[in-house]
Write a protein that binds this ligand. Structure first.
Ligand code: 13P
Ligand code: SF4
Length: 312
């Protein structure tokens, strides 16, 4: 490794100590960022860690809604992220004012609103409970039986949860631009190249792809699935960063990136906006910071705390 990269990594470690900071990283971050993090995980594990940390500063290496979630559940901490423009297509597909207008126009339905955590604080503030891919089935199973459910913003995760729970829900028409790139054809082709391989896919994939999978689960559960799989070859149908985590945790497995029709693997351009240089800069300057109006934060906190409580 070039000396400059080594120096940068050491400088990040030193600054982290100086600031009494914790680095939380999502499974889709680049390998160098994952390797520097104190905790690497899925949205659910990251939310628990953000809530429970006693560090003064949370450095969130993921996308903006994840850092925002950390601030909502732990408002006394300084929360910074390497790139404030690291968004998410799911968050963008459900703007707060649009959901607010929809709920007003459909007030007679008395919806119980469940929001996938990939949404803005404004949207969270309008919901009854939040879920992640790791607990969505549990959360939906705990929803009041006498109220119709509106599930926002991911129609694919929503459809998968309906299949798992048998509970009918009205689905917001949003999706993850990365996971809908996997197709039945692209996954069939890679399966043919690796006969005997198992397939694990994220529930943000379309039904056509989920049907080809042996397991559909959150990124964290993929680690357990791969570790315990009785075969060596596993095709992993999610964002490419996951492969780094899996190769580290399951060195005896042959982990194969699920391809799309255009590429050998799928990158989330938002997750990949974070770099070591930006990580160093946000630790040094304590900027960009996540700040939220208190009324939105406190309203968004309730459904998040309900989720953390219901998924224990
Ligand atoms: P996980 O919570 O399963 O890590 O998913 C987060 C995400 O953004 C998937 O695209
Ligand atoms: Fe959002 Fe998809 Fe990127 Fe996850 S992979 S952060 S859902 S755009």
């Amino acid at each position: 490794m070039p000396a400059a990269a080594l120096d940068l990594k050491q400088a990040i470690r030193d600054l982290k100590k100086e600031r009494n900071a914790v680095i939380l990283a999502h499974n889709y971050q680049t390998g160098d960022i994952q390797d520097l993090a104190d905790y690497v995980g899925d949205s659910l594990g990251l939310a628990y860690h953000a809530k429970e940390t006693d560090a003064d500063v949370i450095v969130f290496c993921g996308v903006h809604f994840m850092a925002e979630t950390a601030k909502i559940v732990n408002p006394s901490k300084i929360v910074v992220l390497p790139d404030k423009d690291a968004g998410c297509s799911l968050e963008q597909s459900c703007p707060g004012p649009e959901l607010e207008a929809f709920l007003k126009a459909n007030a007679d339905k008395n919806y119980y609103v469940i929001a996938y955590i990939n949404c803005s604080a404004h949207v969270k503030a309008l919901c009854d409970v939040i879920c992640t891919s790791g607990n969505a089935v549990k959360i939906v199973n705990k929803a009041p039986a006498d109220r119709p459910i509106l599930f926002v913003p991911d129609e694919n995760l929503g459809a998968w949860v309906m299949e798992q729970t048998g509970r009918k829900m009205d689905l917001w028409k949003g999706n993850c631009y990365v996971h809908v790139e996997f197709t039945r054809e692209s996954i069939r082709r890679i399966k043919e190249e690796h006969p005997g391989a198992l397939v694990v896919a994220h529930p943000e994939c379309t039904q056509a792809v989920r049907l080809l999978a042996d397991e559909v689960c959150s990124t964290e559960k993929m680690v357990t699935f791969c570790r315990n799989a009785p075969v060596k070859d596993i095709i992993v149908v999610t964002e490419s960063g996951m492969l780094h985590r899996l190769r580290k945790e399951c060195p005896d497995k042959n982990l194969i990136a699920g391809p799309t029709d255009r590429c050998a693997c799928a990158d989330c351009r938002y997750m990949k906006m974070n770099t070591l240089e930006k990580l160093h800069s946000c630790l040094e300057k304590l900027e960009p910071r996540v700040e939220l109006p208190e009324d939105i934060r406190s309203r968004a906190e309730l459904p998040l705390l309900r989720m953390l409580e219901q998924s224990r």
